[in-house]
Design a protein around this ligand. Sequence first.
Ligand code: DLL
Length: 434
Amino acid sequence: MYWNKKIECADRSDMRRLQLTRLREEVAYEYDRVPVYRKKMDEAGVKPEDIQTLEDIQKLPFMTKEDFAENYPTGLFAADQKDIVRIHASSGTTGKPKVAGYTRRDLADWGEAVARGMTMAGQDENSVIHVSYGYGLFTGGLGAHIGGETIGATVIPMSSGNTKKQLTFLTDLKSTMLCCTPSYALTIAEAAQKAGLGPDDIALQAGLFGAEPWTQAMREDIESMLGIEAHDIYGLTEVTGPGVAISCGKGEGMHISEDLFYPEIIDPKTLEVLPDGERGELVLTTLHKQGMPVIRYRTRDICYLTHEKCACGRTTVRMSRIFGRTDDMLIIKGVNVFPSQIETVIGTIDELTLNYKILVGRVRDRDTFELQVELAEGLEIEDIAFVEALREKVSHALREMLGIGCKIRFLSAGTLPRNGGKAVRVEDTRNFND
Ligand code: DLL
């Protein structure tokens, strides 16, 4: 089943023609309307007219997350405020969020991209779509929502949390698709098992899981426990949200909606464009965005591309699973966390030193998150009342900054190893390569 066969199964030369037309329009629009990007292009000595072929994209300067930090909150917006109908945001390095703005047409395109994926996963206007991604500034909830509405399905805006209620709605309303992070899918699956509900008791057929890296083993667990087909969905706030690419389940990887997003893979060190099959950093250019187009945006996500025709009949380029990131952003329990945010919090609390370690791991496919931090010189770790009050204070401040909780372990001053070189602040023992 295809949502938009003309695009999804387009002849490659037709697709490239469409992409070139859109790229030229998008670059001219961005040059005209976003002074920061115009300056970058001028500095690189390139004008919109220099884009004559798709390969000419390589003449254009990159955009990075630093551009978001420097131009917070709306310096990268291209549309007039009266035409921006929605704002989303995700966390940034310094604690300053990356803010994205959408016009009506951007929302329609977003719905279209997610609709393609939902159709790949066998959903249509008869489906009941249970959305357990968070609603709000995070793009997961409203992104899945708009896709479900676009295909005309019945959408349940559950948001995340309250697993018991999730199960009740899933079963009582006979949901056919579950949309949430893969780790939350496992939580729901385990709760279903505990409640004695097997695949035959639930109407679910498929799931659209993303926003964090996951493994093949996790996919198999989710599929067998819930009796569904699990599809991978990729996206990021800066580019739109979920739906940049979605897996069809027939071939490897995720189909990119190439009429809307142009992908390149670069070597993050030399910045050279790499051929199909080679792992590198994914760079994305929006081809039809009005609110906040991005051009050659360095996502920091590591994957590879393939242009081989897929067994499902689609001709669109596919990206592999995400194997990791080139920067220090961690995704813990589906939430983006920068170590610098944690350091900022620690720095505001006098009773702590800036010697800390973040430990991230996985136990039974679930993320664990612990902060070890040293007490300031002279403070007694044996003073239980003091330590508990401090724990409360640090916990609260961290939750305010990150949006998730973390286990805190206090250490006496001087306990953490100092190696004299670059401090190793993060120990992430999760492995997303299998
Ligand atoms: O996570 C958008 C999204 C919502 C995607 C729901 C899929 C489903 P951000 O919060 O801006 O946006 O985080 C974007 O999450 O750069 C990747 O590192 C990671 N990511 C997103 N999808 C996947 C995936 C949303 N399927 C960052 N596999 C991205 C691995 C993913 N990592």
